[in-house]
Each structure stands twice: as structure tokens, then as C-alpha cells.
Ligand binder design. Structure first.
Ligand code: BTN
Length: 328
């Protein structure tokens, strides 16, 4: 994949000229081949300047999702593995729906589906997930873990950790985690997770698992439906930071193996990260669907939320959701 490698070499020297000779030596290809790759990258909206005797300089990367950009941000060891596993769609109803269809047709493990836009993005509890074109990351990952799904919540919790880390790596902003599947900045939801698992009836084993991730990256409040303006926001709106969709996607893909291992074997570092970033703990919240005000006391070993009722009774909450604030 020399085109991606050329891009990587240019990215490694931000603002500097990189000579064609240097690139061709490193990649073991001809200068003409380098020039061909530069032309191909330009066609994908990369702005690359060229100067006689100096070489090439990357001036601007396109904001839009692209396979070369994602591959160039992946760890070296992952690039080859993912070159045929990332599917980028212009527009789809829901990447989770599409992923399910592919999984049933036998798609490869760790196939990633990313859409620039979703027309029927789905959230938990039958809700919709607003998915404006090029303004967020909408991706689904297909996994076939060979285990019995006795701890589905921990997968979502570990996924929240890798998404939070991916955002931090891409823009330096640390998001809070709202138990169990939301990420917040300034108490506004900026990302959510929808995990869907298909179980084989006879054996109880997992047929396939779809991990759906939605991150609001750059939409403005004025662009979004009024119903969610008070509770949701985007990274750009809350922090002013411009985050590359490609880098964000790559940061998440880089962590896929760690995520699966964490789910199967547990991971104390991720667990500590979840707990230390979980803004729910210690707060009075409304537990749904019961609609009761409770105090969130902590997280148990399986990521259930330990809640205390007004009468002092405690309980482990393994499903449903919590809403910040108290009942009026
Ligand atoms: C939630 O907030 O309740 C979960 C939101 C999950 C949204 C993502 S976007 C990619 C994937 N496709 C979907 O239809 N949903 C998930």
C-alpha cells in the first residue's frame, strides 16, 4: 500500500518538505511511483505542494472519511490486517443494520463499517441517533468472540473506555463516562454505544456481535433537532476542537484487540479508567425505567451500577439507564 505509506511519511514531517528520493528509498519504489501516489492522494483531496529539488509537503488533509487516511493513522502492525476490512459508505440507514447483514453473510472478524451519514441511526432503548453528514463518526464493528456472553455490560463499559481514550488521543479532551454507554463533555452527551449480540439458540454461544459507536464530532447546535439540544452536543461545540474523523476511527480500530481481550479476560487498567472517569458515581440520579431517585454508590466487578434508594436499600442495576438529576 505505498499510497498510504507515502501519506504517512508526509504526515510524520508536518509542515516540512520531504524529498521524492527519500520517499522512494524508504518505500523501495521508483520516483515515478511516488509521483503517481502523490497524484492519487491529491485526487482524494489531500493538498500536497511540490517544489523542485525540495520534494513534497502535506498542507491539508481532507476532513472527509477516507480509507488511506484511516490506514495511515493505524499502528504499523494493523495496516495490512485492516486494508480489506474497512468499509466506508456514503450513506446508509444504520451501520449496525448493515453490519448485521454482513455478519449473517459471513463477513470477516473485525470488519469495520463506517458511514459518512446515517438516515436511521439507532440508539439504545429504541431511540434514534442523529447522524449528520460528515459531522460525526458512525461506525460498527463485527466480532465473533467464541464465548458465552455472561458479561455483556462489561463489553459496553470497556468500549466506553477505548472511545474516551480515542477522543483524548485525537484532541486532548478528556470526556466523562455516564454509566454505562454514554460519553459526556460539560455534562452533554457527545457519544453513545449500541452493542447488539446474536445468540445461537441451542448452545447459547455468540453468533456475532456488533459494536456500534456514534460520536458527535462537529455539528453545531443550530444544525441539530431541537429535542436533543439541551442534552447532547458535539466535541467541536463544547471544546472548539477540530477532530479528524479518520484519526478518531483509527484510534478506535487500534484498540479492537485490547477491547476483545478486556472483555474475555478482564482488564484492571481499563476498569480503573472507567471508574475514575465515571461522572455518575456519587450523584443523585433517576433510575429508569422505575423512575425513582437513587444515589449512585459505585460500580461492581461486572460493571453493574450500585444504587441506593431513599430508604437505604441498595441494589445492583444491570439494565435500563439513569438520567442525571433528581425527580421534581
Ligand atoms: C445510544 O446513544 O443510545 C447509542 C448510540 C449508538 C449510535 C451508533 S452510530 C453507529 C451505529 N449505527 C447505529 O445505528 N447506531 C450505532
Amino acid at each position: 500500500m505505498p499510497k498510504e505509506r507515502v501519506l504517512e511519511l508526509l504526515k510524520n514531517k508536518p509542515g516540512e518538505y520531504v524529498s521524492g528520493e527519500y520517499i522512494s528509498d524508504i518505500l523501495g519504489v521508483s520516483r515515478a511511483a511516488v509521483w503517481k501516489d502523490i497524484k492519487a492522494l491529491r485526487e482524494e483531496s489531500y493538498h500536497i505542494e511540490s517544489l523542485t529539488r525540495k520534494g513534497y509537503r502535506l498542507c491539508h488533509c481532507p476532513d472527509t472519511l477516507s480509507l488511506p487516511a484511516i490506514l495511515s493513522s493505524l499502528q504499523d502492525a494493523k495496516r495490512e490486517e485492516y486494508k480489506d476490512k474497512i468499509i466506508i459508505l456514503d450513506c446508509i440507514d444504520s451501520t449496525n443494520n448493515y453490519a448485521k447483514k454482513l455478519a449473517m453473510e459471513g463477513a470477516a472478524d473485525k470488519t469495520v463499517i463506517i458511514a459518512r451519514e446515517q438516515t436511521k441511526g439507532r440508539g439504545r432503548m429504541g431511540r434514534s441517533f442523529e447522524s449528520l453528514k460528515d459531522k460525526g463518526l458512525y461506525m460498527s464493528l463485527i466480532l465473533y468472540p467464541d464465548i458465552f456472553p455472561d458479561k455483556p455490560m462489561s463489553l459496553t463499559a470497556y468500549a466506553a473506555v477505548i472511545i474516551s481514550k480515542a477522543i483524548e488521543k485525537a484532541c486532548g479532551i478528556v470526556a466523562d463516562i455516564k454509566w454505562i454507554n454514554d460519553l459526556l463533555i460539560n455534562d452533554k452527551k457527545i457519544a453513545g454505544i449500541l452493542t447488539e449480540i446474536s445468540i445461537e439458540g441451542e448452545t447459547g454461544k455468540i453468533e456475532y456481535l456488533i459494536l456500534g459507536i456514534g460520536i458527535n464530532v462537529s455539528w453545531k447546535k443550530s444544525e441539530i433537532i431541537p429535542q436533543i439540544r439541551n442534552t447532547a452536543s458535539s466535541i467541536k461545540e463544547e471544546t472548539g476542537k477540530v477532530v479528524s474523523l479518520n484519526e478518531l476511527a483509527a484510534n478506535i480500530i487500534n484498540e479492537t484487540d485490547n477491547l476483545r481481550d478486556a472483555w474475555i479476560f478482564g482488564n484492571d487498567d481499563y476498569r480503573d479508567y472507567f471508574i475514575s472517569h465515571c461522572s455518575t458515581i456519587g450523584k443523585e440520579v433517576i433510575s429508569k425505567p422505575e423512575n425513582l431517585t437513587v444515589t449512585a454508590k459505585g460500580i461492581d466487578d461486572d460493571f453493574a451500577l450500585i444504587v441506593e434508594y431513599a430508604d437505604g436499600r441498595t441494589e445492583k442495576k444491570r439494565s435500563g439507564e439513569i438520567v442525571m438529576g433528581t425527580k421534581s
